[in-house]
Design a protein around this ligand. Structure first.
Ligand code: GCB
Length: 592
C-alpha cells in the first residue's frame, strides 16, 4: 500500500485536526450504530494523538474498549472521475471504519496503515461523514498480547510489556485521489557493481498500462531510465546512501497509455546501498558498521504515542548531537515520517514488529504473568502466530523501500528457551526471509535465555541481546556485573555471528546525585555505561551498542516497579540531558 502523495496525477487531503470523540467502554455504539449519524455527546479529540492523556482523570487513561472518532470532510470538486481512497496511517489497536452508513474497512494491529477505496460512496464536491471505532483491548491472540479481566470494578487491561498501552489515532488520516489506472505498488532493491549502482524494481499496476521509470539524482538530473514493470536501472558512479550520508535518488514511476500519454505518476525515493552479514561483521556498502544509538519509543507528554513532527526533528537533532548513528524502533513500527527522516539524515534503523511481551517467565516478575504458560492452546497459540505473521507482512510491505532499514527484528524478548518457542518462531523467520531477501533478520534475546539455553537465536542472522548486568542483576555491584557480563558475552561470541547489544540501561532520576555511585543516581548511570562499554570493547563480535532508552517514557502504573514511568532515558521525557548524555557524546563522537 503506497503512501498518499501530491504528484502530477495524484492529490491528497489531510483529515488531521479536531475530531468528534466518545469513549464507549460498554460497547454500546456498535449495537446502536453510532456511525449512522452525528456522534452524540461527543467531545473534541486531536488527531494525531493518543486520547489517554489528553483527557483528565482515569476514565480516559485507563479506558478499556471502544473509542469513537468522527469527522466530516468535503471531497474536492476536482476529484471527479478519480479513484478516491481513505487511509489511516494507524489505529491502535483494532478498528472498523464507516463512510456515511457503509462499513469500508476493518483492521487489526495498532502500528501499520490500512485504507479503503471509497470511490463509489462519495461525490466530488459533497461532504461525507467518516466514523471510526478504535478498540484498545489486548488478548493472547493480539500482537502485542494482553488479558482483559472482568472485575467487580469493571474491565481491566493487563499486559506484559513495559510501556503504556496508549491508544487512538496516533498518526495521520488521509483522503486521497489517484487515477483509475494507477501504480498499486513499487518495490526497489539496490546493489552495486564496482562504482555502478543498480536499482532493481518491480511495479504492480492496477489496470492496463505501460510503465516508465525515471531515476533522478538529488539535483533533479536524470541518471537512468527504463521501460516495463520489472527491470533494472544502472547508475554510473552512484552516490551511495550511507550512515551519516542520507543521499537519495528519486524514482518516478509513470504509467503510460497506448499512445504514450501519462496516466499516473508516483515518486519513490531510493537510497542505493548494500547490507550484508559476513562472519561476525555487519556490512553496509561492504564496510563494517558499528551501531551506536538507542532503543527508542514513540512517547511524549500529553500526546502519548501521537506522531509529532517537532519531536521527530528534535529527537534527530539530539541523535546528531550525541553522535548516534542508529536506533531500534522498540517495540513496534513507528510512524512512516520517522523512516523518511532517517532515510534523509542517514540514520540506520532496526525495524521491529510489535511482538513484545510473549514471555510469561519475564512477565511473572513484573507484570503478574506467573499463572500462565507462554505458548499453549489457551495463550499464545496458532491464532496468535497468524496475527504475528500478518504483522510481519504489514511491516515489510510498508517499510521495504527504506534504505535506513537494514535489519528486521521480529520480536522483543519472547520466551526462547523452550521447544514450543522454537516451533512458534521457525515459520516466522522463514516468512520474513521469503518476503525480503535483501535484509538480515533477527529477534531480541532476553536475559532469561542466556547462551546455551536459547533455541531461537540460531535462526537469526545476527544476535541481538538485551542485558541488565548491574541493574536487574548484580544491582549496585558493577564489579560483579562486569565479570558476569563479560563471561556471558564471550560465550555468545563463539557463535560466530555479529552481536548487537540492543538494550543496556539503568533507571536514573534526573537530578539525583551520589558521590558514591548508587542506583537511580546520574553518577551510577554514567559508571554503569562505562562498565558496559569496557565489556563491549573486549569482545570483537560486538558490532553495536544501543542504550535503553533514548528518553524516559510512560509505563503502566499497575506495579511499584516504576516511578512516574521508566527512567532509563539518557534524556528526560522532555528531552533534557542527564549526565550520561555527555559521556555517550564523548564516546560516540570519538569513535571512527
Ligand atoms: C527490557 C524491555 C524493555 C523494558 C526494559 C526495562 O528488557 O525490552 O521494554 O523497558 O527492559 O527497562 O526494564
Amino acid at each position: 500500500m503506497l503512501r498518499p502523495q501530491d504528484t502530477a496525477s495524484r492529490e491528497r487531503k489531510s483529515l488531521n485536526g479536531l475530531w468528534d470523540f466518545r469513549l464507549d467502554a460498554a460497547g454500546a455504539g456498535r449495537q446502536q450504530g453510532w456511525h449512522q449519524g452525528p456522534l452524540a455527546e461527543a467531545r473534541s479529540m486531536p488527531v494525531p494523538a493518543s486520547y489517554n492523556d489528553v483527557l483528565v482523570g482515569t476514565t480516559g487513561r485507563d479506558h478499556v474498549g471502544d473509542a469513537w472518532y468522527q469527522t466530516t470532510v468535503r471531497v474536492p470538486r476536482g476529484w471527479a472521475g478519480q479513484r478516491v481512497a481513505l487511509r489511516f496511517d494507524s489505529a491502535t489497536h483494532a478498528a472498523v471504519v464507516w463512510v456515511g452508513d457503509t462499513e469500508v474497512a476493518r483492521h487489526e494491529g495498532g502500528y501499520t496503515p490500512f485504507e479503503a477505496d471509497i470511490t463509489a460512496l462519495v461525490s466530488p464536491g459533497d461532504e461525507v461523514r467518516v466514523t471510526i471505532v478504535v478498540n484498545n483491548e489486548l488478548t493472547f491472540q493480539t500482537i502485542p498480547p494482553g488479558i482483559v479481566h472482568d472485575t467487580p470494578q469493571g474491565r481491566r487491561q493487563q499486559y506484559f510489556h513495559d510501556f503504556f498501552n496508549y491508544a487512538g489515532l496516533h498518526r495521520s488520516v488521509w483522503l486521497y485521489a489517484t487515477p483509475t489506472t494507477y501504480v498499486d505498488d513499487v518495490v526497489v532493491t539496490t546493489d552495486r557493481r564496482g562504482s555502478t549502482g543498480v536499482v532493481a524494481y518491480a511495479v504492480t499496476v492496477a489496470g492496463d498500462a505501460g510503465v516508465r521509470m525515471t531515476l533522478r539524482d538529488a539535483d533533479g538530473a536524470t541518471v537512468a531510465t527504463a521501460e516495463g514493470s520489472l527491470g533494472e536501472l544502472e547508475v554510473p558512479d552512484a552516490h551511495l546512501w550511507a550512515p551519516g550520508d542520507g543521499y537519495l535518488y528519486d524514482a518516478e514511476v509513470e504509467l503510460l497509455d497506448a499512445s504514450g500519454g501519462s496516466l499516473d505518476s508516483y515518486h519513490q525515493s531510493v537510497g542505493i546501498r548494500t547490507v550484508e552479514v559476513r562472519g561476525t561483521q555487519f556490512l553496509i556498502n561492504g564496510e563494517p558498521f558499528y551501531f551506536q544509538g538507542f532503543g527508542k519509543h514513540e512517547d511524549s507528554a500529553v500526546r502519548g504515542k501521537g506522531h509529532d513532527d517537532a519531536f521527530l526533528v528534535h529527537d534527530f537533532e539530539l541523535l546528531d548531537w550525541i553522535g548516534a548513528n542508529s536506533f531500534r524502533t522498540a517495540h513496534y513500527p513507528y510512524a512512516e515520517e520517522v523512516y523518511d527522516y532517517a532515510d534523509r539524515t542517514g540514520i540506520v534503523v532496526i525495524d521491529e514488529v510489535a511482538a513484545v511481551g510473549q514471555n510469561m517467565g519475564l512477565a511473572g516478575g513484573i507484570f503478574g504473568g506467573q499463572n500462565y504458560t507462554t505458548f499453549s492452546p489457551e495463550t499464545v497459540n496458532d491464532v496468535s502466530q497468524e496475527a504475528h505473521k500478518q504483522a510481519i507482512r504489514e511491516l515489510i510491505t510498508r517499510d521495504k523501500n527504506h534504505p535506513s532499514v537494514v535489519l528486521w527484528s521480529i520480536a522483543n524478548e519472547p520466551e526462547s528457551d523452550t521447544d514450543a518457542a522454537r516451533a512458534y518462531f521457525e515459520p516466522l523467520f522463514a516468512l520474513t526471509r521469503e518476503l525480503d531477501t535483501s535484509r538480515p533478520v533477527g529477534f531480541v534475546n532476553v536475559m532469561l535465555a542466556p547462551h546455551g539455553t536459547c533455541q531461537v537465536s540460531e535462526l537469526g542472522d545476527v544476535l541481538m541481546l538485551n542485558r541488565y548486568y548491574g541493574w536487574y542483576v548484580n544491582t549496585g555491584d558493577l564489579v560483579a556485573a562486569e565479570a558476569a557480563w563479560l563471561s556471558e558475552l564471550q560465550q555468545w561470541a563463539t557463535e560466530g555471528k555479529p552481536i548487537i547489544i540492543t538494550e543496556y540501561g539503568a533507571d536514573t532520576v534526573a537530578g539525583v546525585h551520589s558521590l558514591t555511585p548508587q542506583p537511580w543516581s546520574e553518577e551510577y548511570q554514567v559508571e554503569y555505561l562505562d562498565m558496559n562499554h569496557r565489556v563491549f570493547d573486549a569482545v570483537d563480535a560486538v558490532v553495536g551498542e544501543q542504550v535503553w532508552n533514548f528518553a524516559d517514557f510512560a509505563t503502566s502504573s499497575t506495579s511499584v516497579f516504576r516511578v512516574d514511568g521508566n527512567k532509563k532515558g539518557v534524556f528526560t521525557r522532555d528531552r533534557r540531558p542527564k549526565a550520561a548524555a555527555h559521556v555517550l557524546r564523548r564516546r560516540w563522537s570519538s569513535k571512527p
